[in-house]
Design a protein around this ligand. Structure first.
Ligand code: AMP
Length: 523
């Protein structure tokens, strides 16, 4: 078996590894470190949790130990898709370079340019950045990339999902042709293959096994769930989530709850909090200091439930997460692999529990195809059905039988938020203000308004990076992208239905108006 001491890392790096408590290199480390130290390009096909961060930071620290950076001319560059991942890579540098004098700077959105400018001006050995913020600095003339000797692209597949590939290509073009490239991706989509063929020179290719297909230490389960009524499904689903959490008892020391949509992240977090669970949300619309605070709390154990979107939680390394709850089946099957990889880390046992509604069944089939196993079906801890907390409501238009045939995009719209609760929940709220539907639904519409207004103010207040983070959260893949657009339409439509009467149509109502209104209660 390969030992760290066989890998030709500098003694100071070996000392730091020893102090970190690592005994043997992981397969990606054993495979990537030797060619990287020889100055070769590396193509690592590995995902988070495999030790890939150390597989590029350790040789970089060894190689950069000699030489000095000049002002505004970083000697190496690490590109990460999200701020959190960039911050985590920076932490890794701190750990492994503690006995070496290296300067580093972190260029991420949501942080003032000024501090970052000062750091770059001093000259940095390692620049860790998200692509948008890096290009912003470059365009402001604050950064020269001609001295970059090593460039790392981390989580390239996620860069692709987030639409960063043109930025990456541009950054490649701004760095010297002679640079060494260390490139990491969990999968090799054709577009990624194209980039590596264009910008990597005879790379050493190292592929390590997928976590989900090998992660036998993660107990998986899925609960097939159908609401008693469409308009109650959202609140019933939250109740089922609480029951699933409760059923795990003390085994669930902490958990990440993943939702497909930012809006649901907020709603689920608020709902859990309301029911006494120690929960907080994290997604791209929250400001950086809040995101950092929440994550630190979760890492330190002072926060038990982190409710997250895929992007915000991407690549996060919290070593002891006992449970992952998938409130939704992810619309990208690969996200399932990333999500459940948050638990069962470093050889610990983990549990991943998912809720699947009827409309998620296709996504579930995709997930099972990807992980090449059937995820065991769980019994509903509430018994046969999840009766909602709230008082019965009037029969919805949906159930009256006059439902028009629903298109795929409409059903996506219904995914977006339990908007149907809004008007009806207001009635329910009047009857039973303490009940969840009313309160949560009104919160949902409040959240919806907040998110919409935040999205509008994004333009002025957020820098490009923040917008991209948010954009990805909205995108969540092709299908949800559509859903995202519908969200906005739905939002405006909702406002109109509540606040303005449609006038001037006479006795005759055109059929298309009927259809759009008939569809709304279930949107
Ligand atoms: P990563 O895939 O880079 O996110 O790393 C996953 C986790 O594995 C991190 O918590 C690292 O600190 C840890 N780790 C990395 N390399 C090793 C190693 N050789 N032995 C034990 N733990 C490691």
């Amino acid at each position: 078996m390969t030992k760290f001491s066989d890998l030709k890392l500098s003694p100071k790096v070996l000392k730091a590894i020893n102090e970190a408590g690592y005994e043997t290199p992981t397969p990606i480390q054993a495979g990537a470190i030797p060619p990287a130290l020889e100055g070769r390009d590396v193509l690592g096909i590995a995902q988070t949790g495999t030790g890939k961060t150390a597989s590029f930071t350790l040789p970089m620290i060894t190689m950069l130990a000699r030489g000095r950076a000049r002002a505004r001319m970083p000697r190496s560059l690490v590109l990460c898709p999200t701020r959190e991942l960039a911050a985590q890579v920076a932490e890794n540098f701190d750990t492994y370079a503690k006995h070496v004098k290296l300067t580093k700077a972190l260029l991420i959105g949501g942080v003032s340019f000024k501090e970052q400018d000062i750091a770059i001006d001093k000259g940095v050995d390692v620049l860790i950045a998200t692509p948008g913020r890096l290009l912003d600095h470059f365009e402001r003339g604050k950064l020269i990339l001609n001295d970059v000797k090593i460039m790392v692209v981390d989580e390239a597949d996620r860069m692709l999902d987030m639409g960063f590939i043109p930025d990456i290509e541009r950054i490649f073009g701004l760095t010297p042709f002679t640079r060494q490239t260390l490139f990491f991706s969990a999968t090799m989509a054709p577009e990624i293959e194209r980039i590596t063929n264009t910008f990597l020179s005879n790379p050493e290719r190292i592929e390590v096994a997928r976590q989900a297909t090998t992660g036998e230490n993660i107990t998986q389960g899925v609960l097939m769930f159908k609401g008693s009524r469409k308009d109650r499904e959202a609140s019933e689903k939250r109740k089922v989530l609480r029951a699933l959490i409760d059923a795990e008892g003390d085994k669930c020391t902490n958990a990440i709850v993943f939702c497909n949509r930012k809006m649901d992240v907020d709603i689920v977090a608020k709902s859990l909090k309301k029911y006494g669970y120690d929960a907080a949300p994290i997604h791209g619309d929250l400001d950086q200091s809040q995101r950092t605070r929440t994550l630190d709390g979760f890492r330190e154990g002072s926060l038990r439930f982190l409710i997250a979107s895929d992007v915000a939680a991407r690549g996060l390394d919290v070593p002891s997460v006992s449970h992952v709850f998938n409130f939704d089946v992810p619309s990208h099957a690969e996200d399932y692999v990333h999500r459940i990889g948050r638990t069962g880390r470093a050889g610990r046992d983990g549990t991943a529990i998912m809720i699947c509604t009827l409309r998620d069944e296709k996504n579930l089939a995709d997930v099972e195809r990807l992980v090449q196993r059937e995820i065991p079906r769980l019994d509903n801890p509430l018994g046969g059905n999840a009766t909602p907390d709230e008082v019965p409501e009037k029969k919805s238009a949906d159930e009256s039988g006059a439902k028009p045939k629903r298109s795929r995009s409409r059903s996506r719209k219904s995914d977006a938020a339990p908007k149907a609760e809004t008007p009806k929940a207001q009635e329910a709220k009047a009857e039973a203000p303490q009940k969840e539907t009313g309160k949560d639904a009104s919160k949902a519409s409040e959240t919806s308004r907040q998110v919409q207004s935040e999205q509008r103010s994004d333009k002025n207040n957020h820098d490009r990076e923040a917008k991209r983070d948010g954009g990805r959260d909205n995108k969540q893949g092709r299908n949800d992208n559509r859903g995202g657009r519908n969200d906005n339409r739905g939002g405006r439509g909702n406002d109109r239905s509540q606040n303005h009467k449609v006038i001037g149509l006479g006795d005759h109502t055109p059929e298309f108006i009927e259809l759009s209104f008939a569809d709304r209660p279930d949107s």
